[in-house]
Design a protein around this ligand. Structure first.
Ligand SMILES: Cc1cc2nc3c(=O)[nH]c(=O)nc-3n(C[C@H](O)[C@H](O)[C@H](O)COP(=O)(O)OP(=O)(O)OC[C@H]3O[C@@H](n4cnc5c(N)ncnc54)[C@H](O)[C@@H]3O)c2cc1C
Length: 400
């Protein structure tokens, strides 16, 4: 038996013995996944059990080094772990911006002390992170940000406002961009810093959307004292760190929304919806040929895109840091996802028009809300227009 086959057998046996039965096969999404952190509530205690055993084994961050709470797995082993989890229809034990954004950034730019302080708390799901980039006057033109940090001995005193801070009301820490040098060129006076949300002077105000709920918050800093030791990278050179993190964010968005469709080997959502709302022909195909064509095209695009992402991940692990291709992936992945949801609601017809109340099942209103959520895909993590600008300049070398 090869080493990898032995690893597969051991992993399958471990998952079988340790993954609680009650979580197997449950759908997982941004809304239902385990984000961890001090404010996490576990409707099903088995989610917490699954998080704890997986974290103990290093399976919440399989490829991170063991000394920081990861599994120390090779790429090939991590792939096998993913396949074995898919076989048992297991949800990820932990999701969130710690694993996908600040963790990889700390691995690359953090000091040894910063890595040892923050990474194990991420992998154990003890601390939940949010992202403090956007401001009321600085979205696409992020480098114009105004939140100011004044040096006072071994602290910075931070004042200003962030906006669209997803899930700030549930987060324990925030990674933020602040202006440390107002006289320098705008990209050169920015510092990347980690802030404990419990620090005096931090306040969070959720933003209500038309749906009555929203992940968004406004986050205010009123003379918040933050140790200089919390700076990642160099003071005034945070733009480099910020851009690297955006690369991870765009890759994560592309992967989450567009990457390869269903990863858990379940029946295609298109097939399930078509059977229920559109009908199948006598060969078991979606009866409406136009919808069939669009559904199949979308599945094939997602599959091909998933393979492309996998190739890039393999190259990244071999040392090739992704560049402007993350912008291409962000656009393509989010377009696949938006198109997929358009097809879902067209298949559902009038059943996709409900919000709540009688006449609509919860699965139906959930899908309608998921469709509306996709409208943000072309905005979050940098808009599609901004990605096109990056591709034009950095990939194609076109003039400004
Ligand atoms: C679901 C979601 C989650 C988010 N979560 C977070 C978060 O957790 N933390 C955080 O900091 N931010 C978050 N954001 C904010 C997001 O990063 C910004 O909305 C985004 O960067 C765009 O900024 P803006 O909204 O200020 O739009 P603007 O920058 O005002 O842009 C308005 C329009 O003008 C276009 N435009 C602007 N400049 C150019 C240009 N140079 N060329 C061509 N077109 C241009 C844009 O494409 C857009 O269509 C989130 C947004 C969404 C939708």
């Amino acid at each position: 038996m090869s080493d990898l086959e032995t690893f597969r057998a051991e992993t399958a046996a471990w998952l079988e013995a340790n993954a609680p039965q009650s979580i197997r096969g449950l759908p997982t999404s941004e809304l239902t996944g385990t984000w961890g952190g001090k404010k996490e509530t576990y409707a099903n205690p088995d989610h917490k059990r699954w998080l704890d055993v997986a974290a103990e084994k290093g399976f919440t961050a399989p490829t991170w080094p063991v000394e920081y709470g990861g599994g120390g797995l090779s790429d090939a082993e991590a792939k096998v772990l993913g396949q074995e989890m898919a076989r048992l229809k297991l949800p990820p034990p932990l999701i969130g911006f710690g694993l996908t954004m600040i963790g990889p950034t700390l691995l690359r730019f953090g000091t040894e002390e910063q890595k040892r302080e923050h990474l194990p708390k991420i992998t154990r799901g003890e601390i939940r992170w949010c992202q403090g980039y956007s401001e009321p006057g600085s979205g696409s033109d992020l480098a114009s940000l105004q939140t100011r940090a004044l040096r006072d001995g071994d602290h910075f005193v931070i004042s200003g406002q962030k906006v669209w801070t997803s899930y700030a009301d549930y987060a324990d820490w925030i990674f933020a961009l602040v202006r440390t040098n107002p006289k320098a060129k705008k990209q050169e006076g920015i510092t990347f810093i980690l802030i404990d949300m419990e620090s005096p002077g931090v306040s969070v105000k959720p933003i209500l959307l038309i749906s009555g709920k929203s992940p968004f918050c406004e986050t205010y800093f009123d003379e918040v004292r933050v140790p200089v030791a919390n700076v990642i990278g160099q003071i005034d050179s945070g733009w480099t760190v910020a851009k690297a993190l955006l690369g991870h964010e765009r890759g994560m968005i592309a992967d989450t929304f567009g990457g390869g469709g269903d990863k858990r080997g379940e029946r295609s959502r298109f097939a399930v919806l078509a059977e229920r709302y559109v009908g199948l022909d006598d060969q078991g195909r979606i009866a409406d040929p136009l919808l069939r064509h669009e559904a199949v095209q979308n599945e094939m695009d997602a599959k091909a895109f998933g393979l492309t992402l996998q190739r890039t991940r393999d190259a990244a692990r071999a040392g090739h840091q992704p560049g402007p291709e993350t912008s291409m992936f962000k656009i393509y992945g989010t377009e696949i996802n938006m198109r997929r949801h358009e097809i879902f609601v067209r298949m559902m017809g009038p059943q996709a028009t409900g919000w709540d109340g009688p006449g609509y099942g919860e699965d139906e209103t959930d899908l309608t809300k998921a469709w509306l959520r996709t409208r943000g895909n072309s905005i979050e993590g940098g808009t599609s227009e901004i990605q096109l600008n990056i591709i034009a300049k950095r990939a194609l070398g076109l003039p400004d």
